[in-house]
Write a protein that binds this ligand. Structure first.
Ligand code: HEM
Length: 474
């Protein structure tokens, strides 16, 4: 293999590789985006790594990432194999969406998810109405704290998870529900289980994860999450009325009834549980963590919070619930939400891609089957694009007249074939929850609490360190 790599004369440069382990010791897998930043300074925007015998190429900066994901979308659309998920039933044509190989079944399941999300609520309560309703429940819950200092983390998770739960199972959890508390902990633990050196090693040396007992021991939370999904689907099947579709699960079950062709397109029971798990894992923590960053930035920048509230008061007032129609009339609020996503940098290294065929990028040769890391953090903080890349500066999204503008390097949802299919939903949730919260409350730091840290904690997702706040009714 080393010989082969040497014959690729235009292969991207990278740090020296050790026998067997490759360059794995060059990366802090608990902080990969920081390690990538250091290597970018040394080797440039495109550099190579070697996880044991797996070739990895890291892409940095807006220009490079855009060229790969947008201009050569097909070439970079595959995903590598993740051995650490095999124990949950992943296999050929049975991979859900998030980690599925680029091909027919992935395309069908992704199309199904996008169109079902888009058509959601036709004839019934629209998705927007559901978000507004949930934001109202969240406000009542916050009010019950009566201005005392508290940690808002679990309640935000509860609110956002309820949206996915609603879409997938037509159900929600009351705030404080014990099952939800357990579920929330499982989400967190499963992200932790998938982060760090060991899971990386197991992915590139799959034989280790196939040793009996290893997966059971290392991925307990993942397995419990899957058990939760299995029970929920089972309950759903028993209460189903084929004449009536309540949610995505019912639409999927209906597809499954179409027979062999549908099965070949990926609509079978195992994919139902994996797609469901995908929607929960990809759609909850990402959005609720973004909202947590939003409130943290409001605590740290009270003058920005006041400007947002003044704009909301002027356009919506204090009583009428916000709607998506208001977005165009709230340029400053919109800019603040976008800046939260840029600075919060919630998915800093996205998900690994893999080259689908031999390809070239800025003069470098990248062979088929190379794992590709798109360092989204380096795009959202690209010094050649953003005026103040490392500061919270909503003006990044405003023109000279105060109108909202979105620079092309705003890529928190990635781009191209594998771009996040939940972007529309996430943007609606962020806008409606954030404006409702700031319409009803002023968030302040408790007097006895030190200034919260602005850097994040990485476990696939970049989240704020725990902090307390007080919510003063307006
Ligand atoms: C993939 C970001 C919310 C479903 C992704 C990716 C990113 C991302 C960076 C990887 C794209 C790539 O591989 O290049 C975010 C952020 C969110 C968010 C920042 C919230 C603020 C959601 C929601 C859903 C969702 C609400 C579902 C309802 C998915 C799925 C994928 C994905 C299914 C895999 C797509 C594929 O491989 O084809 N997301 N996401 N995400 N996201 Fe999101």
């Amino acid at each position: 293999f080393m010989k082969r790599r040497k014959t690729w004369s235009r292969y991207p440069p990278g740090p020296a590789s050790l026998p067997f382990i490759g360059t794995m010791f060059s990366i802090d897998f608990r902080n990969p985006h920081r390690s990538f930043g250091q290597l970018q300074e040394k080797f440039g925007n495109i550099f190579s790594l070697q996880n044991c015998w797996t070739n990895v190429v890291v892409l940095n900066g807006y220009k490079t990432v855009k060229e790969a994901l947008v201009h050569k979308s097909d070439d970079f659309a595959d995903r590598p194999h993740f051995a650490i998920y095999e124990h949950m039933g992943y296999g050929k044509n049975c991979e859900g969406i998030v980690v599925a190989r680029y091909g027919h079944v992935w395309k069908e399941l992704r199309r199904f998810t996008l169109s079902t999300l888009r058509n959601f609520g036709m004839g019934k309560k629209s998705l927007e109405e559901r978000v507004v309703e949930e934001a109202g429940f969240l406000c009542s819950e916050i009010e019950s704290e009566e201005g005392k200092s508290f940690d808002i983390h679990v309640r935000l998770n509860n609110a956002i998870c309820n949206m996915i739960c609603n879409i997938v199972f037509g159900d929600r959890f009351d705030y404080g529900d014990e099952t939800f508390k357990k579920l929330s902990q499982l989400f967190q633990n499963s992200l932790d289980e998938e982060t760090g050196f060991l899971p990386q090693l197991l992915n590139v040396v799959p034989i280790l994860v196939r040793i009996p007992g290893v997966a059971q021991k290392l991925f307990r939370a993942q397995r419990e999450l899957m058990d939760f999904i299995d029970v929920a689907i089972d309950k759903h099947r028993k209460t189903r009325d084929p004449a009536y579709t309540r949610d995505i699960t019912d639409v999927f079950l209906k597809e499954m009834e179409k027979g062999k062709a549908a099965e070949e397109n990926g609509f079978h029971y195992n994919n139902l549980r994996l797609v469901t798990l995908d929607l929960f894992t990809a759609g909850s923590e990402t959005t609720s963590t973004s909202l947590r960053w939003a409130l943290l930035y409001m605590l740290l920048h009270p003058e920005i919070q006041s400007k947002v509230q003044a704009e909301i008061d002027k356009v919506i007032g204090r009583e009428r619930p916000p709607s998506m129609m208001d977005q165009a009339s709230l340029p400053y609020t919109n800019a603040v939400i976008h800046e939260v996503q840029r600075c919060g940098d919630v998915v800093p290294v996205a998900l690994p891609h893999m080259t689908y065929r031999d390809t070239e990028l800025q003069g470098f040769f990248i062979p088929k089957g190379t794992t590709i890391i798109t360092n989204l953090s380096s795009v959202l903080k690209d010094e050649t694009v953003w005026e103040k890349p490392n500061e919270f500066y909503p003006e990044h999204f405003l023109d000279a007249k105060g109108q909202f503008v979105k620079p092309e390097a705003f890529l928190p949802f990635s781009a191209g074939r594998r771009a996040c299919p939940g972007e529309q939903l996430a943007r609606m949730e962020l806008f409606l929850f954030f404006t409702t919260l700031l319409q009803k409350f002023t968030f302040v730091l408790p007097e006895d609490q030190p200034r919260p840290q602005e850097d994040g904690h990485f476990a696939l997702i970049n989240s704020p360190h725990p902090f307390l706040l007080r919510a003063l009714p307006r």
